[in-house]
Design a protein. Structure first.
Length: 266
């Protein structure tokens, strides 16, 4: 089981092998990637998420070849150094396939498509597939959801589940990400957070990937906003939070587990 069920939310650590990710402190050069990975694990990361192409507003889209050049060597070295699952953040199926061949365990698919090719790759490797809703828009755009953003996301998730089932991918290897900040207004983002429990109907792990995004800055401080919003998502059933500040997130999920009476914190 890729997305191992625990009594607490899992912490996915962001490690960006890019020069242009929106949060500068998440950027890591190839020669520092293993160091960053080991620190993330020491700080409490359950999963590492490697990204070699920025999806920040107004970022430049790079080619498959450029993405692979940034990604594969650090991935191989990190795989040797850590025992936790490794996720690769990409929208290119070829990059996803190469990553799975070289030690990755999860495709963090940011294409915004319920892509059968990605599902087939994940099934072939018995890997995880994180599928994200974008409304076919990017992080610079805001969609119009005539039937409501929550309804649109749930319809998209149903399509993704059908693609996964058709490919033979186990449901426990599928994770649903509502795509906060992608094709959404800040009002949409807040509605997603406050309605996170509505994504639990599909019987799959759900992920909140909002760390330091624009919605977190509405309170004046991105880290404080991230912690507050992630708390709401976890209480709404999120099984994974994807974060930049791993130590703070690990403390957050520990405290929430204590509140809920979990003495093992496993």
């Amino acid at each position: 089981m890729i997305f191992e069920a625990k009594k607490r939310a899992l912490v996915m650590a962001v490690i960006n092998l890019t020069p242009d990710s929106f949060y500068e402190d998440s950027r890591v050069t190839a020669d520092r990637a293993v160091e960053a990975a080991l620190k993330a694990v020491a700080d409490g990361a359950d999963i590492l998420d490697l990204g070699a192409q920025s999806t920040a507003p107004d970022s430049r889209e790079i080619t498959v070849e450029e993405e692979l050049a940034r990604l594969i060597t650090p991935l191989k070295e990190i795989r040797k150094a850590v025992n936790v699952p490794i996720s690769v953040d990409t929208f290119y199926p070829f990059v996803a396939g190469q990553a799975l061949e070289n030690g990755a365990d999860i495709i963090n698919d940011v294409s915004g498509k319920a892509d059968s090719e990605m599902a087939q790759l994940a099934a072939k490797h018995n890997a995880g597939w994180v599928v994200m809703h974008t409304g076919n828009l990017n992080s610079s755009q805001e969609g119009k959801y005539e039937n409501g953003v929550i309804n649109d996301i749930n319809l998209f998730f149903e399509k993704a589940i059908k693609a996964a089932e058709a490919a033979g991918l186990k449901r426990e290897n599928l994770c649903l990400d509502p795509g906060i900040g992608f094709g959404k207004s800040r009002e949409d983002d807040l509605e997603i957070v406050s309605s996170f429990s509505e994504f639990q109907q599909h019987g799959c792990v759900t992920m909140a990937a909002l760390s330091r995004k624009r919605v977190t800055r509405l309170c004046g401080d991105a880290l404080t906003g991230t912690i507050a919003l992630n708390t709401a998502c976890i209480l709404g059933g999120a099984g994974i939070i994807r974060v930049h500040d791993v130590d703070k997130a690990a403390a957050q999920v520990k405290m929430l587990s204590l509140i809920k009476g979990d003495k093992t914190l496993g």
